[in-house]
Write a protein that binds this ligand. Structure first.
Ligand code: FES
Length: 606
């Protein structure tokens, strides 16, 4: 079959590919990830590449290969590993895992003892476990997995009746030789749309043994959930491809955790997983099309228990996989995990937790009531739809100060490649402070700038295609691209995103009949919340003007919550109760939302 050679530069990697494949396909085959913000719809322009012998750049997702090509991928079109947030708050939890181990020495059969093997094993466990419970009259009933029951006589005799029974609740899932009660590990996984974080935990001591993280490999099928849902729908094999890709990723992380802690995977008996609703559906290969269409119905909402063998996860094959319960199509297990980790359900005072990504997930309330919603904030804070926007990866401007001149801070140092969400919020806040952006969001042109603005700053106001642009970093000081600046369109994107989030907050407050003065704490969850400057977020109106001490970044709170349900059965019960009790407020089509959205478009007065 005919094929063409594509050479990627500056990587100097060659691949052969069939005619009519796209450059994006070829890059994937070469192991290079190009930005894929719009799910290859050809609308985001973030995948532009240069091909030799052609002056104008082309879109990698649209260009069909008809000949050998040399393709140059600029820095700004590459998908870089995001700055991953592994840590979070650390609530105290009693150690009471669902998995337990019991060392048993079972009397051998003889003519005087002809009770069947499984009965004697169950009796031995029940005797041991119920010794203390018996006085309270609470006796547990244990059962076997059928395949284990069949192997029982052989195993007991091979292990000389000296065994350790591994139980998940009252279900005996494995029988091991001798006393292995010292070895009981679990893994908690937070599956983000962009990043996946896994923690290895000793289920006996509650000690964290290792943490590993990486970019969610599903990004090559689309940066956000909508693109992935679209991808899943376009071919019958795609859901499987998406599932395999996340399972391979989890297995890779488990491999790293085991290597770091010097533990074999067979000592891991449970894995708990959380993520947004789409990530959880994709993990279980449950159809996702309905999640993107009104009335946005989920295929499941309760917790899911399955085995490692069923899902292909590399821990003990009979190990349990617990996928957290979710609330609705746009409020997933990760939001439940955030609510659990922050303990907001147990507070007399009202708390708000927000996790801002492509959607802004908000949860608000106190011990009596909690309500949650998801606002379509758009991907501006993730760097998408922003002319020089990028994720919070190396080379991104993450902080901006503007006084006599512009001062920028770049992730990992060096010249900048673009600007990420936290830098964007700072830049807009600083330009508002100087009056370079007015409260309607209009970027003034050079002639309109306030008189007190110095010449150095004034010179940064340029025109591009007849529109003003404020230059943060001139071309010679960037990594290899043009000027990095802020355009009028970028500012509008910020306004749309913050208006959606603030409208969502107000709707939740109205739903709960509370006001800002009733809110004692605002938790900022996730990477974005951790890195933004609360003062800048307040200046642009993304966060309300409450006392700064009320605003608290809580890091990877979803990761903390999924670890809690791994360690403690009581936390698992609380999470399941939370998922049932959180009142979901659907914003789509609400006229009140439209009204509040328009009211919040402008920036607040200083
Ligand atoms: S335009 Fe190519 S991925 Fe968006």
């Amino acid at each position: 079959m005919k094929s063409y050679t594509i050479t990627f530069q500056p990587d100097d990697v060659k691949v052969r590919i069939a005619p009519n494949s796209t450059i994006m396909d070829a890059a994937q085959r070469a192991g290079i990830i190009i930005n894929n913000v719009c799910g290859q719809a050809g609308t985001c322009q973030k995948c532009s590449v240069k091909i030799s012998a052609q002056k104008e750049p082309v879109l990698a997702c649209q260009y069909q290969i008809q000949q050998d090509l040399i393709v140059n991928i600029p820095e700004r079109s590459r998908f870089y590993e995001q700055k991953i947030l592994e840590q979070g708050i650390s609530p105290q939890e009693r150690i009471e895992p669902m998995i337990s181990k019991h060392h048993l020495v079972i009397e051998e059969t003889g003519l005087k003892n002809i009770t069947d093997e499984s009965r004697r094993l169950v009796d031995a466990i029940e005797q041991k476990i119920n010794a203390s419970a018996r006085s309270a009259g609470v006796l547990s009933k244990y059962s076997f997995h059928e395949s284990l029951r069949k192997q029982l006589p052989k195993k007991l005799s091979r292990y000389h009746h000296n065994v350790t029974a591994v139980c998940h609740e009252q279900h005996i899932i494995a029988l091991e030789k001798g006393n292995t009660t010292e070895r009981l590990l679990g893994v908690a996984v937070d599956i983000g749309t962009t990043t996946v974080v896994a923690q290895l935990v000793d289920l006996l001591s509650g000690k964290d043994l290792a943490v590993a993280s990486r970019t969610n490999p599903q990004v090559r099928f689309g940066d956000d959930v909508i693109s992935r849902i679209r991808f899943a729908e376009t071919h019958q094999n795609h859901p499987q491809q998406l599932q395999h890709s996340i399972i391979d990723c989890i297995n890779e992380l488990i491999g790293q955790l085991c290597e770091k802690s010097n533990s074999p995977p067979k000592n891991i008996y449970e894995l708990t997983a959380t993520g947004n609703t789409t990530m959880q559906h994709l993990l279980l290969k449950v159809p996702v099309a309905q999640l993107a269409q009104a009335p946005y119905v989920t295929a499941f909402s309760g917790p899911v228990n399955t085995t490692a063998f069923e899902l292909g996860i590399d821990i003990h094959p009979e190990g349990n996989i617990y996928v957290m319960p979710l609330v609705a199509s746009h409020v997933g297990g990760d939001t439940v995990a955030v609510a659990l980790a922050t303990g907001m359900r147990y507070s007399d005072k009202n708390h708000l937790a927000l996790d801002i990504g492509t959607n802004g997930e908000l949860i608000m309330g106190n011990k009596d009531r909690l309500a949650a919603c998801s606002t379509a904030a758009g991907p501006a804070f993730e760097g998408a739809r922003i002319e020089h926007g990028m994720r919070a990866a190396g080379g991104a401007i993450e902080r901006v100060n503007i006084d006599d001149d512009v001062e920028i801070f770049v992730i990992d140092g060096g010249p900048p490649t673009g600007i990420c969400g936290s830098g964007l919020i700072d830049a807009v806040a600083e330009l508002l402070k100087l009056g370079i952006i007015d409260k309607t969001g209009r970027l003034l042109n050079q002639k309109e700038l306030p008189a007190q603005i110095n010449q150095k700053i004034k010179q940064r106001m340029l025109q591009k295609d007849g529109n003003p642009v404020f230059i943060l970093t001139p071309a010679p000081q960037t990594s290899n691209g043009p000027n990095i600046g802020l355009t009028q369109k970028d500012i509008r994107e910020v306004q749309l995103a913050k208006a959606a989030i603030r409208a969502g907050m107000t709707i939740l407050m109205n739903h709960l009949h509370i006001e800002w003065s009733d809110v004692e704490r605002i938790y900022l969850a996730g990477a974005f919340g951790n890195y933004i400057d609360p003062a800048s977020a307040q200046r642009i109106g993304l966060l309300p003007r409450v006392e700064r001490s009320k605003i608290m970044p809580v890091g990877n709170a979803a990761g903390v919550g999924v670890r809690q349900v791994l360690l403690a059965r009581s936390a698992r019960r609380r999470a399941e109760k939370l998922a049932r009790e959180i009142e979901y407020v659907e914003l789509a089509g609400q006229t009140e939302f439209e009204k509040l959205f328009s009211e919040n478009i402008y920036f607040p007065e200083e």
